[in-house]
Design a protein around this ligand. Structure first.
Ligand SMILES: Cc1ncc(COP(=O)(O)O)c(C=O)c1O
Length: 415
């Protein structure tokens, strides 16, 4: 099997990598960064300043669905950067309109609002919900335990993880948190003031936990009946990762509002709120906005990405074939190393390996072998994989052979 030892001789440097030392002196320490820095990316690999190649099965946290520097995306960015970088939302800009048209063509939505990030798309959904609820005497939003919606005050308040909210009180009123995958639990929390329910079809940050189909179906039927908005946070699940443009298509459950970001801008900051004609009208002129939201360069990259997903048949065909190949390998590993691996869960190329020892320590062992994965889970028990949809058979083999070594070592030398 192929080992991961490609090096990028073109960018080899003789001086030591001191970005960590310099960065730790001047950057706010809110991130626990790995002792690594990267200067360049190509396809499924990123390269450190010494030219060492790392197989990237994290993709900048679900950003690079087509790998690093996909030629169509790079070209679109270059072309738009030479034409117009920013004009403001006081005017119409062709790349912004084109991306919105493409999203409308490919999804349930009739209307799109662009933001710069995921958390801002979530805030836009909150404001839309509050406006919708105004004449109905409703304002309360129900979110799910273990969810993640972002770091701004509203999104953070809805995030169902105490550790994210700790120390930032008093938190704004009007939010309730229900058990995930428990329809009766959600229903019991609802009051006459409930205006919206927000849910991730697959909870990503907590360790890749899919919603049950029946949970989403029941939520849909009940919210419709109660005139409550159903919001899907597809910031992590979107842009082909699960095998369709958005995961709602596979669940067969259409929300009222869908939030996208992460991969949407082809690596540039971009978020979006997708909704219907009727609901879009609840954000009239002056009610909401963002100076940079829907930047022309980011939108041009987004259009190139979505077109490539379809033109190059990533969705559904290539994701189905390649993710099945990876899943087969992972299932083999979980049988061989059942003392280390409890289960494998997720959908398509959004995968959680549930482990029986510290995921952080296992992640370090992957890193020592130049493979990037992420450690997550409520109890540090999930290795999260977000590989590019463009990953090759050789690269999957390379990943699996490193995983084999890591789990073999962990069984021989438990942590
Ligand atoms: C499901 C989900 N919602 C919202 C966010 C927040 O997005 P951002 O970090 O772009 O603000 C994230 C980020 O990880 C996410 O995974």
């Amino acid at each position: 099997m192929k080992r991961v030892d490609r090096s990028d001789s073109g960018s080899k440097k003789s001086f030591p990598d001191n970005w960590m030392e310099r960065g730790s002196r001047v950057l706010v320490g809110n991130y626990s960064r790995e002792p690594l820095s990267f200067e360049k990316g190509r396809g499924s690999y990123v390269f450190d300043p010494m030219g060492n190649a790392y197989l990237d099965f994290l993709g900048g946290i679900a950003i690079h669905v087509l790998g690093h520097c996909h030629p169509r995306i790079t070209h679109a960015i270059q072309k738009q950067a030479q034409r117009l970088v920013h004009a403001s939302n006081l005017y119409y800009s062709p790349p912004v309109v084109e991306l919105a048209e493409l999203i409308v063509e490919k999804t349930f939505a009739d209307r799109v609002f662009f933001s710069n990030s995921g958390t801002e798309a979530v805030e836009a959904a909150l404001k839309l919900s509050r406006k919708y609820g105004l004449s109905r005497g409703r304002y309360e939003v129900i979110s799910m335990e273990s969810s993640f919606h972002g770091r701004t005050l509203g999104a953070m308040t809805m995030t169902g993880q105490d550790k994210i909210r700790e120390g930032f009180g008093p938190l704004p009123p009007g939010f309730r948190i229900a058990p995930f995958n428990d329809f009766e639990g959600v229903r019991k929390l609802a009051t006459s003031e409930t205006v919206a329910v927000i849910v991730e079809p697959i909870q990503g940050e907590i360790g890749v936990v899919p919603a049950d189909r029946s949970f989403l179906e029941r939520l849909r039927a009940w919210t419709r009946e109660q005139d409550i908005l159903l919001i899907f946070d597809e910031i992590q699940t979107g842009l082909g990762r699960t095998g369709s443009l958005f995961a709602y298509e596979q669940y067969g459950v259409v929300p009222d509002v869908l939030l996208s970001s992460k991969a949407l801008g082809g690596g540039l900051p971009l978020g979006a709120l997708l909704t219907t004609e009727k609901l879009g009208a609840y954000l009239p002129p002056g009610s909401h906005g963002s100076t940079f939201g829907g930047n022309p360069v980011a939108c041009a990259a987004g259009t190139a990405l979505i077109r490539a997903l379809y033109d190059e048949d990533y969705i559904p065909e290539r994701v189905r074939i390649m993710s099945a190949y990876l899943w087969d390998g992972l299932e083999g590993l979980s049988k061989r190393y059942s003392r280390s691996i409890a289960s494998v869960r997720g959908m398509g190329f959004m995968i959680g390996i549930v482990v029986r020892s510290s995921a952080k320590k296992l992640k370090d062992r992957f890193r020592d072998r130049r493979v990037l994965v992420n450690a997550t889970g409520v109890t540090d028990d999930v290795i999260r994989l977000l590989p590019p949809l463009s990953v090759s058979y050789d690269e999957v083999d390379a990943f699996l052979s490193v995983a084999e070594e890591v789990f073999q070592e962990s069984e021989g030398n438990p942590m």
